[in-house]
Design a protein around this ligand. Sequence first.
Ligand code: GTP
Ligand code: MG
Length: 409
Amino acid sequence: MKFLDQAKVYLKSGDGGPGAIAFRREKFIEYGGPDGGNGGRGGDVVIEVVNGLNTLIDYRYKQHFKAQRGNHGMGANRNGARGEDVVLRVPVGTQILDEDQETVLLDLTEPGQRVVILKGGDGGFGNAHYKTPTNRAPRKSHPGWPGEERWVWLRLKLIADTGLLGLPNAGKSTFLAATTAARPKIADYPFTTLAPNLGVVRAGDEEFVIADIPGLIEGAHEGHGLGDRFLGHVERTRVLLHLIDGTAEDVVQSYTTIRNELVAYGGNLADKLEIIGLNKADALLDEEVAEKKAALEAASGAEVMVLSGATGQGVQAVLYRLLTLIKQSKEEEPDVIQAPVTRSIPRAPVGRKMDDEYAGWNEETGEYDDLPEEADDDSDSDGDDWDDEGDDDGDDTEHSGNGDDNAKG
Ligand SMILES: Nc1nc2c(ncn2[C@@H]2O[C@H](COP(=O)(O)OP(=O)(O)OP(=O)(O)O)[C@@H](O)[C@H]2O)c(=O)[nH]1
Ligand SMILES: [Mg+2]
């Protein structure tokens, strides 16, 4: 499967449909009253988090997502239908960033999570709404409010319990293949793996997720090799398994090369719980194993386990140790990775939210309880006397959200 971990997309929620101007026309009723219904609400832009995806590759091919506009209101007080939502399906671990590529608007970490990122515009009032004691036949309707639009970045930061790190050829993919159902490409040349792979490990009755991160080399943080962009995927792991090719001349050098990259990347990467795996033990003599293990322990001050991904030697022990550390980390910092950051989304200056800025819509009656403030609305130049009466109905709701969207009309 192709992998893509960021994409820029254009989102637009639906405009509200216009209200209707209509009058009752029935036999024997001479002056039927106004009965133009309200326009329908525009569709929302919704982000849905789904399991089983681990790439944003779909968003390379489609970048524009527009929800439907609301339908026109109609005569006989029929309201227009709501516009259809547009839904973007994204993998767990996707963040939504503002156009600046820095401000995180949403961090989507829960499978099944659904977030309305842009709300559809409200439908406009039909003329039935504008009927007052002194104006029984208003020829006025509202055009509906525009939807919102904005460009955002989608950025995937995989969420896994364990991140598998090491120099190219350390045996990371072999380990992943030996312990999970994942089938990564394995070969005896560096940079075989070009994108992170996820696999689910079963240890006894328990499971955890492991991410095979493409090989790092010295200077990765300056762009050498594949660079360090994949290290972003390590940010959201609890425990690192740092694999070292035991057949390498200088295993301590291998170890410090990767550690330096973690430190240079910054964040909390270098502080994560870590197991060092002295790998390819099957290809080493016993005394080499002992010597290299001792050297690594001395250099790292951390725990070193001996294993062979190829023969399976020591692999189970590593898995159970990882599981223990994952649990320990969850107890110490339950929220570090999983807590969804759902900040309120800074809005683009267009559009209008029904719930907060304008609470006049009554879901039960399907009508607006309050009248919108339209004092500066130039559609009033039609000379009707609506504005003078507008606030006489005891409605002291200030629809302050109106100030900047007078472009409607
Ligand atoms: N003898 C021995 N060889 C191994 C072991 N694990 C992996 N290898 C070999 O080492 C080579 C590299 O293995 P990979 O699993 O592709 O290594 P990697 O760390 O994923 O490499 P990149 O994806 O390039 O970063 C392959 O030829 C493997 O067959 C092991 O435990 N023992
Ligand atoms: Mg690999």
